[in-house]
Design a protein around this ligand. Structure first.
Ligand code: ADP
Ligand code: GLC
Length: 493
């Protein structure tokens, strides 16, 4: 028997450092690599976007005009490859679908052809696996963009020996994004008619891509144990709680980790000065630099500065933060917000900024560098999410000694130990309401004023570690439950 060259092939719409709009990219930038380091043979397949940073990892064309197995019409993709620290990353290139300014949407809304784009991505990725002889034991799809690959495989492996041995894992990073389209697009997907039913891809008469992945995957994972429990309830299930509950035996919550090569203040080249739990002084220099860079009131060096980084959407509770700005200002604190998203939140943020010059700063846009500067230069991190599958920003804020004030949902619950507790690394509150957030911020500010108490929380925060190795081992365990042949003994070349 010929050994398949890959144990696991990841299909993802984003991967740091090539493309990123949120935490999915961060996860794909480190989980596959950690699996490689643990001895698995892994590859990643992702779209070749127009707006892609290839940085120090040159991308080469490796297969031109790879036919994209649509049975009803001929088209092709060019396949590029990069070597990311020993991890092969394959890019599916087709300009008309991926060479755009944004990944999924513009300010006007989603791209009209998102379904066609990601049908194409899934079919092209699977054809590339076959045509290029990549081979795989497990195909591991991320979120709705890659979910159709799972459904195709469920049908193809019934009749085609090439796919027969492949097992599938579907990972849910955010259940609110499901990829819902019309029946016409189901027909275009090429899935057999038998998939169109309540236990398959149909969702209230629409074609639901994430549901397709959930229905047909051998195993389903999500990104924290608490979220895995939450999503089988109507409150968090976004309409898919029924099918998720029915598949509960195959559903696992594996907590994400943080990539401490990128997110550690003692080796972050972007920061004004390095610092760590044992040598925390540099944080003050970072705070001064933040005050100077953003033209904040210099008096804020003696008061806490609150930070918020994230997509400006209901999920993240940015509206809750903006609701309490007048009350926050009475506490004599500063506030720095970095994000982009809903136009109404952006407009509201900018008008609030005008009301509090030197005290509230809003940066609309996406800037990786600024996110590091804010994590390091602020004192308290705000994360009043209405739901949070895992959340990475709070893990980064913990690492940077900026204790989070966050809601008791999903991964926030699994990563933050709330004050008062000798192990406390932050502050948790129950309901995502302005009053809940304000009460919790008041508590945090009071503790901040007690330098000794704050130093303990800050130190606990900086020592809280969320290891990718631990999570990667849980994935390996899951893969092994699907494929006995997966072992750690082999090393990738
Ligand atoms: P989500 O994936 O739901 O957006 P996470 O907390 O898991 O939330 O991950 C968000 C990631 O995106 C983090 O790496 C965070 O630093 C980054 N991020 C979010 N918004 C911005 C922004 N405006 N500029 C820079 N980085 C951002
Ligand atoms: C999603 C979730 C976030 C999670 C990230 C990575 O975007 O909203 O909570 O951390 O995926 O898994």
């Amino acid at each position: 028997m010929i050994t398949p060259p890959h144990d696991v092939i990841f299909l993802t719409s984003e991967m740091y450092p090539f493309s990123k709009s949120g935490g999915l990219a961060d996860v794909m930038g480190i989980l596959p690599l950690t699996l490689v380091r643990l001895g698995l043979r892994v590859a990643v397949i992702t779209p070749f976007y127009g707006r892609m940073s290839t940085g120090q990892h040159p991308v080469h064309l490796v297969h031109e005009n790879c036919p994209v197995g649509y049975p009803w019409f001929d088209t092709t993709a060019d396949i590029y490859r990069a070597d990311y620290h020993g991890l092969p990353v394959y890019f599916i290139e087709r300009g008309e679908y991926f060479d755009r300014r944004h990944y999924y949407c513009t300010y006007k809304g989603d791209y009209f052809d998102n379904c066609e784009r990601f049908i194409f991505f899934c079919r092209a990725a699977l054809t590339a696996i076959r045509h290029m002889g990549l081979g795989a034991r497990i195909v591991h799809a991320q979120d709705w963009h890659a979910a159709l690959a799972v459904a195709y495989l469920a049908f193809w492996r019934r009749s085609d020996p090439f796919w027969a041995g492949i097992r599938t894992v579907m990972s849910i990073h955010n259940l609110a994004f499901q990829g819902r389209f019309s029946y016409r697009l189901f027909e275009e997907s090429g899935l057999p008619l038998e998939a169109w039913n309540m236990e398959g891809v149909e969702f209230y008469n629409s074609f639901n891509l994430l549901k397709a992945g959930i229905a047909y995957a051998d195993k389903i994972t999500t990104v924290s144990p608490t979220y895995a429990q939450e999503i089988i309830t109507p409150e968090f299930g976004c309409g898919l709680e029924g099918i998720l509950a029915r598949r509960q035996a195959d559903l696992t919550g594996i907590l994400n980790g943080a990539d401490y090569d990128i997110w550690s203040p003692d080796k972050d080249p972007i920061l004004e000065q390095p610092y760590s739990a044992d040598k925390p002084k540099g944080k003050i220099a970072c705070k001064k630099a933040l005050i100077n860079t953003l033209d904040l009131d210099p008096a804020l060096i003696h008061r806490p500065i609150l930070g918020f980084i994230g997509r400006l959407r209901r999920q993240k509770g940015i509206d809750i933060v903006l609701d309490i700005v007048p009350e926050l200002m009475k506490l004599n604190v500063g506030l720095v917000v970095l994000g982009e998203g809903r136009a109404e939140d952006e407009v509201r943020l900018m008008s609030i900024v005008e009301d509090y010059p030197g005290r509230v700063v809003g940066i609309i846009g996406y800037t990786e560098e600024m996110s590091h500067i804010i994590q390091a230069g602020t004192d308290i991190f705000l994360m009043p999410s209405r739901y949070e599958p895992c959340g990475l920003t709070q893990m980064y804020s913990l690492s940077y000694g900026t204790p989070p004030v966050a809601t008791a949902v999903g991964g926030l619950r699994d990563t933050i130990v709330s004050y008062p507790n000798s192990e406390a690394n932050g502050f948790i509150f129950d309901a995502p309401t302005p009053q809940g957030l304000l009460t919790s911020v008041r508590k945090a500010v009071t503790v901040w004023e007690d330098r000794e108490a704050w130093a303990i929380i800050q130190r606990n925060a900086m020592l809280s570690k969320f290891s990718w190795e631990k999570s990667a081992r849980e994935y390996i365990h899951l893969y092994q439950s699907l494929h006995r042949d997966i072992t750690l003994s082999r090393r990738t070349p």
